[in-house]
Design a protein around this ligand. Structure first.
Ligand SMILES: Cc1ncc(COP(=O)(O)O)c(C=O)c1O
Length: 464
């Protein structure tokens, strides 16, 4: 797949709408509005609270209309709030006020089972074969530890963990500490793969080659499904297959993949995965995280971190201190589930259930492709009359990316970023040169993208 599919789509919509198909037409606001009209998922936007410019803390009332909707392109960091989340939270506050402890087993969403209420929807989002493969529990990094504690069992011959050199810091620290906790040395047991010299992305083929050549020493392969900084989608299926061929356990951090790209975790036969839900999953800051355990391990009793919630429900409350370990992912739970984190997930799932990952992906390819087209067009123009250069770090192939584009500039973007924020825009900075811009298929539209690129170009002209 290439950029061409987006340009063809833009031209089709333009010509159907009587808009010129030359570059003036393709970059017009009129076309962005038509693209919104054609968007079959446009109705989902109304399921979310879209912050007004005036309520963003750093927007400057001198340059914005406080009543206008902000340009929120930061769902890679924190997704916007589904209106249904408030409904579920209010319901549960009410229940708590009215029935106290009885709420564990009575009323809507009994608290003791609130994580399980989320599972049918979550299993669909990640492509689990059934709910026994998934659990909602803890935060993401805690789940990295829970899963590595269970699946990283180093031996003299096979003791390495393979990951990427630019993994998210929390994953890096978690892996380091897991290695040390098993009395091994980081220098011996941690392998961090880097991109080739002069490249920003690690090639899938290089990962696979490394596994083929060194897999006998690798205990666990642990990569992210979507790289947080570049937005690159790794080839989960092929890397998993290569790892399995060499006898490695293959686990995935899907923080930036969950609800961003379609996942088929069962079909891809991965061993385990974990993810947070507050990015594309819009569950709220610090929201309840997820875990996937392949059904191959359903009855396996491997040593792990245990608590009373790992115990099968039928005998959990006998309290005889004899562990009756639950099957599948349920047996990895430790604590009783937090209802006020489950409400965020339930709110998100109410929206998700109005569509599917496949439909969302179809929209996302167009939305992010449109962003790429406008950025390339305007920044190319700007480079002809100035020293400004912008490179998109994210892969050009739409199949190898999700919603996010990472824009890298040849100047410090601190001032431009400050000005964007003043103008009611939420994007994500990685100083000194990169901003991550993420139109999300759930609530963003084509005019958000258009308005953003217009402001970006103006800010660069004025402040770079
Ligand atoms: C890839 C990745 N791993 C780990 C984390 C840390 O997540 P948490 O603070 O929810 O444990 C993040 C957070 O953004 C992330 O993107």
């Amino acid at each position: 797949m290439s950029q061409k599919f987006v340009i063809d789509y833009l031209k089709n919509v333009a010509s159907d709408s009587g808009i010129s198909t030359d570059s003036d037409g393709l970059i017009s606001l009129e076309l962005a509005e038509k693209l919104n009209e054609k968007d079959e998922l446009a109705f989902l936007r109304n399921e979310f609270f879209i912050p007004k410019m005036g309520t963003l803390p750093e927007a400057d009332s001198a340059v914005i209309d406080p009543e206008e909707e902000s340009i929120y392109l930061c769902g890679n960091s924190l997704g916007l709030m589904p209106k249904a989340a408030k409904k579920f939270a209010d319901q549960q506050f009410d229940k708590w006020a009215k029935m106290g402890v009885f709420g564990h087993t009575h009323g809507p969403v009994p608290w003791a089972l609130c994580d399980e209420e989320c599972l049918p929807g979550i299993a669909k989002v990640v492509g689990a074969s059934d709910i026994s493969e998934v659990a909602m529990m803890n935060g993401l990094t805690v789940n990295v530890h829970v899963l590595l504690t269970a699946f990283y069992k180093p031996t003299e011959k096979r003791h390495k963990i393979l990951m990427e050199s630019k993994a998210f810091p929390s994953d890096h620290y978690a892996v380091e500490s897991q290695i040390r906790l098993k009395d091994r040395k980081i220098e011996d047991s941690m392998i961090c793969l880097s991109p080739r010299e002069g490249e920003d992305l690690i090639r899938n083929e290089d990962i696979i080659k490394y596994i083929e050549e060194n897999g006998d020493e690798i205990a666990v392969i642990f990569f992210s499904g979507v790289q947080y900084y570049t937005g690159q989608v790794f080839d989960i299926e092929k890397i998993t297959a290569a790892g399995h061929k060499k006898g490695c356990i293959v686990g995935w951090d899907l923080a930036h993949a969950f609800a961003n790209i379609p996942l088929y975790l069962s079909k891809w036969d991965i061993d385990f995965a974990c993810w947070c839900t507050y990015k594309y999953g819009s569950s709220g800051a610090g929201g309840l995280a997820g875990a996937f355990i392949n059904k191959r391990f359903k009855s396996d009793k491997r040593e792990r971190m245990l608590g009373w919630w790992s115990h099968r429900l039928s005998s959990r409350f006998t309290m005889d201190n004899v562990m009756d370990l639950d099957d599948g992912a349920f047996g990895y739970r430790i604590s009783n589930p937090p209802i006020f984190l489950a409400t965020g997930i339930l709110g998100f799932l109410e929206v998700f259930n109005k569509t599917s990952m496949e439909k969302l992906r179809e929209k996302s390819l167009k939305l992010t492709g449109y962003l790429e087209f406008l950025v390339n067009f305007h920044l190319q123009k700007l480079s002809e009359i100035s020293k400004v250069r912008c490179e998109i770090l994210t892969p050009k192939d739409p199949e190898q990316r999700g919603c996010q584009l990472s824009l890298k500039f040849n100047f410090d973007i601190a001032e431009v970023y400050k000005q964007l924020v003043r103008r009611g825009i939420a994007v994500d900075k990685r100083y000194p040169y990169v901003i991550r811009v993420t139109p999300v298929h759930f609530y963003n539209n084509f005019t958000d993208v258009w308005r953003f690129v217009k402001q970006l170009v103006e800010c660069i002209k004025e402040f770079s």
